[in-house]
Design a protein around this ligand. Structure first.
Ligand SMILES: Nc1ncnc2c1ncn2[C@@H]1O[C@H](COP(=O)(O)OP(=O)(O)O)[C@@H](O)[C@H]1O
Ligand SMILES: O=C(O)[C@H](O)[C@@H](O)[C@H](O)[C@H](O)COP(=O)(O)O
Length: 180
């Protein structure tokens, strides 16, 4: 499926894959607002993850809805907004699109568990333990480019290179012109 024009871009992937870092870099280049999914969790979700307990579907629906609606609002002023959200399962991605009421371009940060574990080991995170990485991979349903509006990029590339790759793909989306 060729990429569908979207005002909302969500950088997705397992914890530690680089969503916050890359999402901020893309937003900077687009002069767009950046919304980090981590900020939209209810306290109960944060406490659960901090305690080393993986979230389940029921924990995620209100979080995903809040983030989708906030991204819609954030995209109003300039016609673009960038988010970071693990969006691990296909049903979560479909739910984000449903609640946004418009297309979303997902950028999937793909990398090995070993590489991501090594990056988690050297980062400071408010609450997410590296011990949850296994459950993240167990829950991840890799997006299918044939049926989902997704661009997969390898996290072995630098943040700068990933950002360039994403922007290059946006150029083919007519909505990109409004952002320049
Ligand atoms: N492309 C990259 N190359 C090297 N290091 C990266 C890259 N992207 C992110 N990082 C580093 O990996 C760690 C995890 O990134 P982060 O943005 O916190 O991931 P997430 O938001 O998916 O949990 C951070 O220390 C970050 O600086
Ligand atoms: O289970 C999930 O859907 C994810 O764990 C999601 O909740 C997010 O990944 C965490 O908030 C940790 O944030 P980072 O992805 O920034 O590590």
């Amino acid at each position: 499926m060729s990429l569908v024009p979207a005002r909302i871009i969500i950088v997705m992937g397992v914890s530690g894959s680089g969503k916050s870092t890359t999402g901020q870099a893309i937003a900077r280049q687009l002069h767009a607002p950046f919304l980090d999914g981590d900020q939209f969790h209810p306290p109960a979700n944060v406490e659960k993850m901090r305690a080393g307990t993986p979230l389940v579907d029921e924990d995620r629906w209100p979080w995903l809805e809040r983030l989708a609606k906030a991204l819609c609002e954030a995209a109003e002023p300039k016609g673009v907004a960038v988010g970071a959200c693990s969006a691990l399962r296909r049903i979560y991605r479909d739910y984000l699109v449903e609640k946004a009421g418009e297309p979303i371009l997902f950028v999937h940060l793909e990398g090995s568990k070993e590489l991501i574990a090594s990056r988690m080991a050297t980062r400071q995170h408010e609450y997410m333990p590296a011990a949850l990485l296994d459950s993240q991979f167990a829950t991840l349903e890799v997006p299918d480019p044939a049926t989902e509006n997704v661009l997969a990029v390898p996290i072995t590339d630098s943040v700068e290179k990933i950002t360039r790759t994403v922007l290059k793909n946006l150029e083919h989306l007519k909505s990109f012109r409004r952002w320049q």
